[in-house]
Design a protein around this ligand. Sequence first.
Ligand code: NOJ
Length: 548
Amino acid sequence: MGPQEQSNWWRDATVYQIYPRSFADTNGDGIGDLRGVADRAAYLAALGVDAVWLSPFYPSKLADGGYDVDDYRNVDPRIGTLVDFDAMVAAIHEVGLRVVVDVVPNHTGSSHPWFQEALAAGPGSKARARYHFRTGRGPGGAEPPSDWDSIFGGSAWEPVGAGQFYLHFYAKEQPDLNWDNPEVRQDFLQTLRFWADRGVDGFRIDVAHGLAKDLSADPLPSQAEIDEIGPGPTHPLWDRDEVHSIYAEWREVFDSYDPPRAAVGEVWVDDPARRARYATPAGLGQAFNFDLLRAPFEAADYRAIVARNLAQAALTGSTSTWVLSNHDVIRHRTRFGLPQLRDPSAAQELGQAWLRSNGIEPPEDRRTGLARARAATLFVLALPGSAYLYQGEELGLPEVADLPDSARQDPAFFRSGGREVGRDGARVPLPWKRTGTSFGFGDDGAHLPQPPWYGQFSVEAEAGRPGSTLEIYRQALALRRRLRDTEELTWIDAPADVLHFRRSDAWRCVTNFAAGAKPRPAGRLMMASGPLGPKHEIPAHTTLWLSD
Ligand code: NOJ
């Protein structure tokens, strides 16, 4: 591999997201671990992905699935040790894949030594200045400093006594850091170097659009006022311009390595032009684009999203990312089996209502869901840019909707009083075997209960079975590796509900989004996302890859 390829690997990479606690458990404690990842390196290589991204494996009280980090430069003892981490990186590198780790800079865990020190130190202290502490309103400061909501429900302010509150945009165990504090900035540079020195190839940055905050107004604006403003330079919390000075410093660190370390920001900013600012070469280099994850399975929506994001990526010299599933949303196989709504908040509400009903109402059409999911995946894998896959989607795994409340772990469930059922259904440990204790996940149970039907979606059940979702992913990923060479995409005229585009003479992708068959364009069939009908047709909800 030449030096150019070495540093640009991320531009068209297929990255497989591992949620470590639910991937593979080697010590029988019901929690996945780093040895489990190392042991499955051959599986990941055979799948044909280019890199793995690990969600947090750091010491944590698990108030938010590990996104409450208590020590940024260590491994949770339940997941392994730093020695296991090094062995895992070696095993992944050995099979030719790269490793991306998660950085969680917006907030620490509440057991982080800094936060414990801040609680002990009292108002006005240096220790509290690493976070956002404020005096409450009203008599004795009993009222929170503002009416801001936490994203997981309830107030974004938690009282600590003596009329003092701290800010937490997520769970109360996730106090927000103050990024105006030089010590905070220095410490994260050290964390980046710590993992880069251990050989990680890239970083995924959690809540990348939230670090810079302006809490100088007195009184603070109300929730209604800031909702009105929307993310951007004048919003006190989200997507402020100053955030980019943080990433400029990080970029210096990334570029001090050979090859430079890659980064992708989790940026929940709708305006693609504002989102693109995170993806400049002087910044993180790439930003997540969640547009497809929130779109209905409709040709017009897909086409507009692709066109918009490719144009934006080109402006900054970056490439786009494509995501259909991750650990925060209902698995796309299930999402596509529910009614397709265009308004993302209505779609989110529908999904939550469905989860609240234990997956009963509205009924999930699993067959259509799977056909659309595979068709969407093949569509995405044919696009220029990088594709992020979430563990289990290669098995066509449905969301587990009927978890008992007693098993739930997601703070969104607790903080919303059950109104938001949360994300546990996408985080149930993977089935590796048809039968047996925890379906081959480990030697004992699984930290979130697996349903009885899980075994039919196991790696064992699907590997080598022609037409299984796993075999379709393997075939597609192998072809994508061979065929991707340019970053060009050209649309080809197609009937309504069909999208057809060319990547090269050797690679065209055509997707039928409709519920009925459509005419098949000429060309040699390389692969299909599902069973084929008559030769001249593209079956309903199907993608074909063709060559001239
Ligand atoms: C985004 C992560 O993907 C999500 O899982 C987490 O709850 C929040 N950030 C807070 O860290």
